[in-house]
Write a protein that binds this ligand. Structure first.
Ligand SMILES: Nc1ncnc2c1ncn2[C@@H]1O[C@H](COP(=O)(O)OP(=O)(O)O)[C@@H](O)[C@H]1O
Ligand SMILES: [Mg+2]
Length: 290
């Protein structure tokens, strides 16, 4: 399967989708490995619910459709809970491509980006990362969530994928995967970790699109669309939100807490009582997400 340059044509590996867990398995050089499902799939899932942010979707799609020789990529940079992950899925939906998500963290090893071995019983199995899964599809978006959290050594594993080589290598299997024309890489990053990136790595995550504060009316629409059936609690939310702005994640969390408290009370409530409940829910969320 290896060609003259030592690059294995993984795209031609046998991939069987729709296994018992809904994922897939693939064969390369006679080794079978499990392939995870996409986080979002145009053939399976509804479009991600995104309120507003139209310009950023347009910018993301434009960056994804560049005709450069390197794999199209862009970064969404902003505080936690601003909607970076939601926006990344919305761009995948706008492109009509499945989205695979890698949740990055400081404990990651190179195998978590490529292929890792797992022991089950007395057998060794192999599991592909969502990045490898994306590389096996003719068209896909891979989202590297909180990319800045990943150890620098693992980040640098991506350099050869993001330069003109377009290749990711699994030392474990001794094979490389070449990105096809239909791959897009999206990074999400907190501002502070974006600034700490190694310069060579940072340069390959550009362009960076920054997510500013969510405008007031957009935030109300996010909450109203999600909790349309809870009018009374929504009204109390609106009043409290005027005084205490929250990030979208905090707002969704505060509404959820508020509705739970309201249900737990199990009795009809006047406006003042609902307002007290929402104030408690806000106090439970403030500072937890932005
Ligand atoms: N523009 C938006 N439209 C709809 N929901 C949003 C929007 N922005 C954020 N949210 C909601 O807010 C929460 C946090 O968003 P998320 O994308 O996880 O943020 P981040 O990745 O920046 O931490 C999620 O529940 C998400 O659905
Ligand atoms: Mg996120």
């Amino acid at each position: 399967m290896r060609d003259g340059k030592g690059v294995c044509g993984f795209q031609t590996a046998t991939v069987r989708f729709g296994g018992s867990n809904g994922g897939a398995s693939a064969f390369a050089d006679g080794i079978r490995f499990q392939v995870p499902r996409p986080a979002w799939d145009p053939e399976r899932d509804d479009r991600p619910r995104l309120v507003g942010q139209e310009e950023l979707v347009v910018a993301g799609v434009a960056a994804s459709e560049t005709l450069d020789d390197v794999v199209p990529r862009f970064s969404l940079v902003g505080p936690a809970g601003r909607g970076k992950s939601t926006l990344a899925l919305a761009v995948a939906a706008a492109l009509g491509r499945p989205a695979y998500v890698v949740h990055c963290n400081g404990e990651m090893e190179v195998g978590d980006l490529t292929i890792s071995g797992v022991v089950s019983g007395d057998r060794i199995g192999y599991v592909a990362s969502p990045l490898v899964a994306a590389l096996l599809r003719p068209e896909a978006v891979v989202v590297l969530e909180n990319f800045g959290e990943m150890p620098v050594l693992v980040q640098s594993k991506l350099l050869s994928l993001l330069d003109e080589h377009r290749v990711l290598t699994s030392e474990m299997l001794g094979v490389s995967l070449r990105a096809g024309r239909g791959l897009v890489v999206v990074f999400t990053m907190l501002e502070c970790s974006a600034r700490l990136l190694d310069e060579q790595v940072a340069q390959r995550t550009r362009p960076w699109f920054r997510m500013g504060p969510t405008p007031h009316d957009q935030m109300m629409r996010i909450v109203e669309e999600r909790f349309a059936e809870s009018r009374g609690v929504l009204e109390a939310f609106r009043v409290e939100y005027e005084k205490n702005p929250l990030s979208p994640r905090e707002a969704v969390g505060a509404m959820r807490l508020g509705i739970q408290l309201w249900k737990a009370a199990g009795r009809p409530m006047d406006e003042a009582a609902v307002a007290r409940i929402i104030r408690r829910a806000f106090a439970g969320m403030v500072g937890k997400g932005d």
